[in-house]
Design a protein around this ligand. Structure first.
Ligand code: PLP
Length: 459
């Protein structure tokens, strides 16, 4: 028997009260916990209890044991990696989705999950100004979306690969600044890391298209089969933007599938004045963007679009008897378009977020964060001992102290050990560089400026 409904109601109210207090002021916690690896494991029992425990005790242990071991991604001074948000409407939808516990593998297994996914992805497509006829599907992460894009590319180039496996001839192109998920997809699909060409980048960390074409020609001359190129709009280290129109032209010339990774940057395309940064993406064969990165939607929710749903379907569809249904062709069975069968009702949270904020406010929030990044970069430029290390078209600023790597590593450690802010790093042109990524819904300009002043004070 499940938890009695009155007990559930009481505990749920308690949990929601906790969430409301938490989300009202996540900044009161240290961003990073003070602990060593293994500390939490050591504090928790070795085995699950044989007899059930009262829910009050479990909730109390959540506060006592789990919260102090959290890295607070909701913290307004979380500036590491890409800063994300669990906005109120998104959290509410996650709770409802958990209670409903539907599985959207087939239209029949939950029409609402399927048709809401179709609806919100059409809304988003419209907001991004992308071709109306593109097909969309929600996966968990951008890594998985990119895997599906490359699998579809392989299906087009070598339809027999699905049956006999790869023959080692297909070659994939991306920039040396592309996310590691591109290479991981090649590993997973059996294409082989050796067949991934990491094309050099220019001084602004963009793929060099001349080098791309040379690499394709070299491979053709060697009897290889170039089949796919992955361009990035908003790379992970610096948010650089590959020259998508030029890459699209080469993709057409050599018959390559163009997959665009806009995992982080993509949501900014809803801001009219930022849309030109995305010119050319409408020529892609597939595209990924993550509302869980920069559209105030709780993790996980990655959106994948393709101009060729029939190829994606050919790559993945495999329908055993027990999953056959008899609806007409209007019914989309999302299980046909990917590896996984079971699918969470993720569309619900995107629907809540898009409706609650509306396109204008979402665009305004992104615009404001991009503006703060520009203001921060200006402050850094004014400092005699610091320099901005890369162009900053979105809301990430890469910068470094001119004294060198050791100084920058020490600064990073000092900031992160303080519990007041969390930054991450990368290496650009051989130098350690600090990354300050703005994206959390709780962040204010005071948080950005205050963190910069704190860093200045450490010098
Ligand atoms: N692509 C880019 C450009 C990214 O920056 C990231 C993560 O930061 C990814 C892909 C992978 O995202 P995910 O964690 O959703 O797999």
């Amino acid at each position: 028997m499940d938890m009695p409904s009155e007990e559930f109601r009481r505990a749920a109210h308690q949990a929601v009260d906790w969430m409301a207090d938490y989300l009202a002021a996540p900044g009161r916690y240290p961003v990073l916990p003070t602990m060593e690896p293994g500390d939490l494991v050591a504090r928790l029992p070795r085995a699950a209890p044989s007899a059930g425990e009262p829910i009050d005790e479990i909730l109390a242990d959540f506060e006592r044991q789990i919260v102090p071991a959290l890295t607070h991604w909701n913290h307004p001074r979380f500036f590491a990696y890409f800063s994300v948000s669990a906005s109120g409407p998104g959290v509410l939808a996650e709770m409802l989705a958990a209670a409903l516990n539907v599985n959207g593998m087939l239209w029949k297994s939950c029409p609402a999950a399927t048709e809401l996914e179709q609806t919100v992805l059409a809304w988003l497509l419209d907001a991004l100004q992308l071709p109306e006829k593109w097909f969309g599907i929600i996966y968990d992460t951008a890594s998985i979306s990119t895997l599906h894009g490359i699998a579809a590319a392989r299906e087009r180039a070598d339809p027999d690969a699905r049956r006999r496996g790869g023959d080692g001839s297909l070659t994939l192109y991306t920039s040396c600044h592309a996310h590691s998920s591109v290479e991981k997809a090649a590993i997973t699909l059996g294409l082989g890391q050796e067949n991934v060409r990491l094309i050099e980048a220019d001084e602004a960390f963009r793929m060099r298209t001349g080098a791309l074409e040379e690499s394709i020609r070299r491979d053709l001359a060697a009897g290889k089969k170039p089949f796919c190129v992955v361009a990035t709009v908003g790379t992970t280290s610096t948010t650089s933007i590959d020259p998508v129109p030029d890459i699209a032209a080469l993709a057409r010339k050599y018959g390559l599938w163009l997959h665009v990774d806009a995992a982080y940057g993509g949501p900014a395309a809803i801001v009219p004045e930022l849309r030109p940064l995305f010119n050319g993406i409408e020529q892609a064969d597939s595209l990924v963007l993550n509302p869980h990165k920069w559209l105030f939607t709780p993790i996980d929710l990655s959106v994948f679009y393709t101009a060729h749903p029939e190829i994606l379907r050919r790559a993945f569809s495999l329908v055993p008897e027990y999953l056959k249904t008899n609806e007409d062709s209007r019914a989309v069975n999302y299980m046909d378009y990917g590896v996984q069968l079971g699918r969470r009702f993720r569309a619900l949270k995107l629907w809540f977020v898009l409706r609650y904020f509306g396109r204008d406010r979402l665009a305004e929030m992104i615009r404001t964060q991009v503006g703060w990044a520009q203001q921060l970069a200006a402050l850094i430029e004014q400092h005699p001992d610091f320099e901005v290390s890369a162009p900053h078209p979105f809301s990430l600023v890469c910068f470094r102290h001119k004294a060198g790597d050791q100084k920058n590593r020490r600064l990073l450690e000092a900031v992160n050990a303080s519990g007041r802010a969390f930054l991450s790093h990368t290496v650009l042109q051989g130098n350690v560089v600090l990354r300050l990524a703005i994206g959390n819904i709780h962040t204010t300009w005071d948080d950005v400026r205050g963190t910069w002043e704190f860093i200045e004070g450490l010098c």
